[in-house]
Write a protein that binds this ligand. Sequence first.
Ligand code: ZN
Length: 378
Amino acid sequence: MIKLEKKMYDSIKDKYVRNITEQIKENYNKQKKKISDKKYFDQIQVKDFVETSGEFDDEKIRKLLLLDFSEINNSYFKNYLEIAYICYDNEKKEKILTEIKDDETLIRREDYCKKIIDYFNNDWVKNFLLKDNVCYKDDKKAKSRISEIKEVYSILRDKVKKEFDEFNEEIKKLIDYKLIKSDLRHEIIVSSNISICPYCNRQYISNYKKNKKTKKTTADLDHFYPKSIFQLFSLSLYNFTPACQICNRYFKGKNIKKILYPFEKEFGIDAKFGINVYDMDACYGLSDHFDIDIDINDESSNKEEIINSIDVFNLESIYQNHKTYVQEILQKKELIYTDTYLEMMNNTFNELNFTKEQIDTFYYGFNINFISNFRLSA
Ligand SMILES: [Zn+2]
């Protein structure tokens, strides 16, 4: 996975904010009377995201459209994001259920309920769920402790989910991805100057001219936080990752596993290509009896997100298609480039002030720092 620079949207961001703010404002003026006054989670109204003292607030919209997801300070956005994970992250659900099941200090239904709410760890949800003690009342005997815990969990999560989905439906009336017209979408991707998909680092993103004026692109605009769940962020510019269609549509889709946020993090040297060889010929690139895999640095602070990124985009599996290329690198490295040849060439490169990366790219086509040693398989 490749890191994206926020400045890649610099040339488009003002135009984007102007265009989209105008349309949200139009929606707002049309729908003003229809927007619900309900306080979701007993805390927040949809209007709070778009207006101040009863007036449409352009500045609030600008902040939402240019929201920096690597550093969310606004408690509204933070709470919204957390609740989406409470509702839709099934791995989080399994983790909570297992931990509560294993906690023998919890005896009564009321205890499970409180503990689950603690795990949700969200201010809006906490007050909302504790208000009517929904789970305490039902004292029917469950078949087993685990089924009892599961039931309590379902009741709580369903209640949050129902509220969150309703909240999203209301937000959709004002803030929706449909406001981005196709030409603007192409313009965003073209202006980003991305030439390769940042998720898989293998599919090219190509721009082409549809007619003399308009430039189009082959890429999709992926929503890092899927728009079908994170309605509020469906128009936020730094939620958009230009990506190939395979990564966006077939692999990522609505998946909300925690992967690396490309505007903040990348694999870098924490994930390197390695190979498992099954015969000696493979060590020299003379046979294809090897597998390509990705070695992850155990010490990396991003380890979990790296594992998830590899998993979501099926990276190990799709990279098996590049064995011929790996064989070529191995042949060059192990057989063709002799020490004398390398020494002679390095002298020339030194005179040209080439960096180590530039030299590797000349020899192998890319920076071989991203390759770890190959291993012999048992
Ligand atoms: Zn891709």
